[in-house]
Design a protein around this ligand. Structure first.
Ligand code: PRX
Length: 658
């Protein structure tokens, strides 16, 4: 029987029809007991012991949650553990030393596999080398590396000696690296000579060198030789070569340092609503337990799987779901250096087939690209090893969801649409694939133990189906504990807007808009603050705009990301120039190169649109939302607040090339 919502439909489902988890999946699912939601609710916060139980603790924790200093919550207090021990040693002790830990695919078609034992050896040697360089417990080590195995090795080596890492995305510019090193007071850097980008050797070390000139403190640097003769480089006096320092410590082991559950495991800089990136602090116990738990329950990762999260470790997705979650569970995690269409559009599917991947997790922006290229690419590969698919990073529209489900998942793999953020540490909203029905376009219900609610501007919960602000109203173990920049900014960015401290009511504001339907499924609508998502990466409009303003001759600028059409995920910069400055190509070029220098090519505006004025409210605030509508060729939202409505018509004409 088929009802209005499309319940229980079969193979030829219409777009967006609701689907039950396939029985073959449910039979083997890590989480298949529907009572789980109630069990978590009735037993909150002790329910989170289930997550902690996935880890090995050096010292058992005394308390699951301490909330006296809310919203500075503390999880698993009194407990001690080491993340590298949890990701390595205990799997060796369990007799799994020859099991593959990391399978790496390089851009030039190379591949490398590390068994757990091999990874353990390299992590230990590098941990010994870092110590020898002077890295002590709590020293922040910056890792500025592309997707090469030395990146997770360095992360785990830091974790082993209790030094928090701060991974900076390899595509970021020297300026962006320097800002992050200065903000974290980081005196240690691990980088490489260069890496391949679409076949060309690309110099990373020169960016690192430039960054170091702009860093206030002295920096000791380790350089990985990725390119060999392709890109000769000189190792300076205060630098050392990765292989050389490892050789100097060949065969050494380093005892994993017992860390307090609440000690910082890593820092991750992310874009906020101001130009200054936010240093999100994640802890050893809560974060790792949450990474393992969500990998187990949501991504259904099993030790015998080959699991592939096609993200970059330079972002939180890679931290949680390439490195910490899967390695804590002892599975085989894939790591791919290249892009999905180089050298050709079969590359990704070839890798999936060759490695017989069980679980595949990627971003909607990639899926939209696949749909454009066509189903012939996945269809000429045997993808039958796949059991589960996931997406993260942006809303996925039902059409792209259906395509992914059908052409990649063969119509038989559940798809999890996982909503989360750098600050949440791991997934907080998603279906549990062995329990919940899927509704394409809606992420799903909050996970067990998570209290997600949509509220209006006054903080009151809205009716089912109404849009509002997405909040989380109970703490969870993977949550960020603070910002490295200070507790006050942490309160400002996330807590002050909807909390009522008088009443001891603490509400975390995500910065996203959403609606929740009658069944409790959350549909995420996008950011409501000045953060944009470009190719699944989060960038601050302020950061890009201030770079544009630095170009000279620019009076005002506003940037938006396109979300529809051929130019999906591209940045449009709307710029008004100072009087007497002509909108010449030279200024356009100056703007683009300024942004590339300040942030990196990822933030490069695809279009620079000159306009005499930007659309503004009567109080003078730029209406970015209208610019988004213009960029995406959509119906304009409410324009009644506009002071200069005529400008919008002019911009529309420009964009359409009229
Ligand atoms: O706007 C939401 C979007 O990505 C933002 C978080 O970005 P970041 O901290 O870089 O982490 C990305 C990977 C977790 C969110 O505020 N977002 C993430 N997942 C989804 C999403 N939007 C819609 N649906 C999702 N599944």
């Amino acid at each position: 029987m088929v009802d209005r919502n499309g319940w229980g439909r079969g193979r030829d489902d219409p777009i967006g029809a609701r689907r039950r988890p396939p029985p073959a999946f449910v039979e083997r699912a890590n989480a298949a007991d529907a009572e789980r939601y109630e069990a978590f609710e009735e037993n909150w916060p002790d329910c989170w012991e289930r997550a902690a139980a996935l880890l090995a603790w050096d010292r058992a924790y005394d308390t699951v949650l301490e909330d006296e200093d809310a919203p500075f919550y503390r999880w698993f207090t009194g407990g001690e553990l080491n993340a590298s021990y949890n990701c390595l040693d205990r799997h060796l002790e369990a007799g799994r030393k020859n099991h593959a830990a990391i399978r790496w695919g390089g851009k030039q078609g190379e591949s490398r596999t590390y068994t757990y034992r091999e990874l353990y050896v390299e992590v230990n040697e590098f941990a010994a080398a870092l110590r020898d360089l002077g890295v002590g417990e709590d020293d922040v080590v910056t890792l500025y590396l592309p997707m090469i195995p030395e990146l997770p090795v360095a992360m785990l080596a830091c974790a082993r000696i209790g030094a928090p890492h701060s991974v900076v995305f390899a595509g970021f510019s020297a300026d962006a690296l320097a800002t992050r090193m200065n903000a974290a007071d980081s005196e240690y850097l691990v980088t490489c000579d260069g890496y391949y980008r679409r076949g060309d050797a690309f110099n990373q070390k020169s960016k690192a060198d430039n960054a170091r000139l702009a860093v206030d403190q002295g920096v000791r640097t380790v350089v990985v030789d990725r390119l060999g003769k392709e890109l000769p480089h000189v190792v300076g006096d205060d630098e050392c070569d990765y292989d050389a320092v490892r050789d100097a410590h060949a065969g050494e082991t380093v005892d994993p340092v017992s860390r307090d559950a609440e000690d910082m495991l890593f820092l991750m800089y992310t874009s906020g609503t101001t130009g200054q990136p936010k240093g999100v602090v994640h802890t050893t116990g809560g974060y790792l337990a949450y990474a393992a738990w969500t990998s187990h329950a949501v991504l259904d990762v099993k030790p015998e799987d080959t699991y592939w999260c096609a993200a970059d470790i330079g972002w939180i997705t890679g931290h949680t779901y390439i490195v910490y979650g899967p390695l804590a569970l002892g599975t085989t995690t894939m790591m791919y250096e290249g892009t999905p269409d180089y050298p050709d559009r079969d590359r990704l599917w070839e890798l999936l087939e060759r490695n017989a991947v069980d679980v595949f997790y990627t971003a909607p922006t990639a899926i939209r690209a696949f749909t454009k290229w066509g189903s012939q690419y996945p269809e000429r590969h045997d993808l039958s090893s796949l059991r589960l698919l996931g997406t993260v990073g942006e809303p996925i529209n039902p059409r792209a969801w259906e395509w992914y489900h059908k052409h990649v998942g063969g119509g038989t793999c559940p798809v999890v649409d996982t909503w989360w953020q750098t600050e949440t540490g791991g997934v907080v909203v998603s279906t549990l694939p062995g329990i919940d029905d899927m509704k394409p376009g809606a992420a799903g219900p909050p996970l067990p133990g998570i209290d997600a609610r949509v509220v209006d501007a006054a903080g009151d919960e809205v009716e089912a189906g109404d849009a509002g602000y997405l909040t989380l109203q109970k703490p969870w173990p993977g949550m960020a504990r603070t910002l490295y920049d200070g507790d006050d900014r942490f309160l400002d960015e996330y807590w002050r807007r909807f909390s009522d401290p008088e009443d001891d009511r603490w509400v975390y504001f995500s910065g996203d808009a959403a609606r929740i339907d009658d069944d409790g499924y959350v549909t995420v609508l996008g950011r409501v603050d000045d953060v944009i998502t470009v190719s699944g990466h989060r960038l601050s409009t302020m950061e890009i705009e201030s770079a544009i303003l630095d170009a000279g001759g620019v009076a005002e600028a506003a940037v938006v990301a396109s979300t529809t059409g051929a130019g999906d995920g591209e940045i449009y910069a709307y710029v008004s120039l100072e009087r007497d400055v002509d909108p010449a190509d030279a200024i356009r070029e100056a703007i683009v190169s300024r942004v590339e220098r300040a942030i990196g090519p990822i933030a490069r505006p695809e279009e620079v649109v000159f306009t005499p004025e930007l659309p503004k409210t009567r109080s003078g605030k730029i209406m970015r939302r209208l610019l988004e509508d213009v960029t995406n060729g959509q119906e304009l939202g409410d324009t009644s607040a506009l002071r200069n409505p005529e400008i919008v018509g002019e911009l529309r004409a420009t964009i359409r090339g009229e």
